[in-house]
Ligand binder design. Structure first.
Ligand code: HEM
Ligand code: HEM
Length: 186
């Protein structure tokens, strides 16, 4: 299997980044659900609210690095040809959903970081290293970034639903091997 994409299929880097992104986004959505609901004394699997916030911020920043690697890999190779079984409606949905997913992959972590810094909460990376605050305290910017974070989460939900609807229809109903295009191997 080649590392970069080619007209005949996705490369190893794209596949690895894709499934790493799935894991990171699943964690981000789950941790957001937990941290926004925990009170001062609440714990989930031994972690309190501030731990969940910290891991949400830390893995969110890791997701930004993965998105940069992913975009680089997409640009460095040639995009694979369309899967032969996609209808023209599928292609339109896939194209728009991928654009929105790429926007979310960058805007979610950047808005989260700007919100956290401008609102003065800061980031303790992996619970160990406090990151420098390049913005300083700036309440209005923090609130704007928080709204962008929440708004982009909605865009992400819609785009993911569209992405999965196309993939699941092909995998479960048409059984045409679409998922194999993103799995290890040829
Ligand atoms: C791929 C990256 C990320 C995803 C998918 C993500 C997802 C989410 C979601 C779904 C929420 C709940 C929004 C709501 O209130 O409805 C949330 C909240 C939050 N996120 Fe993220 N996030 C990401 C990265 C980050 C980063 C990098 C930071 C900070 C460095 C961050 C900080 C926060 C904070 C502080 C909240 C609570 C917002 C509030 O109090 O209203 N997030 N995130
Ligand atoms: C369980 C969840 C997921 C499944 C089963 C899945 C499956 C797939 C499949 C089969 C393809 C290849 C489609 C083709 O033949 O061209 C693909 C491509 C893609 N997926 Fe997903 N996906 C999932 C989650 C996600 C998530 C969470 C994101 C981003 C936040 C994402 C972003 C993309 C993008 C951008 C592409 C196009 C390839 C690229 O440029 O990287 N997917 N996905």
């Amino acid at each position: 299997m080649a590392w970069l994409n080619s007209p005949s299929g996705y490369g190893g880097l794209t596949k690895a980044f894709h499934w790493l992104t799935v894991f990171l986004f699943a964690f981000q959505l789950l941790s957001a659900l937990i941290m926004l609901r925990l009170d001062e004394h609440g714990r989930v699997i031994g972690l309190g609210g501030s731990d969940w916030y910290n891991w949400h911020k830390t893995l969110g920043l890791v997701a930004l690095l993965v998105a940069l690697g992913r975009l680089w890999a997409r640009r460095a190779g040639a995009l694979p040809d369309w899967a032969p079984t996609l209808t023209s409606l599928d292609k339109r949905v896939v194209h728009r959903a991928e654009q929105a997913l790429y926007v979310a992959m960058f805007l979610m972590p950047v808005s989260g970081f700007v919100f956290t810094m401008a609102a003065g909460y800061g980031v303790q990376f992996a619970g160990l290293w406090p990151l420098p605050n390049p913005i300083g305290q700036w309440e209005a910017l923090g609130e704007a970034a928080r709204r962008v974070h929440v708004g982009t989460a909605i865009l992400l939900g819609v785009a993911l639903a569209a992405h999965l609807a196309v993939v699941l229809r092909h995998v479960l109903l048409l059984r045409d091997g679409l998922l194999r295009r993103m799995l290890p191997g040829k």
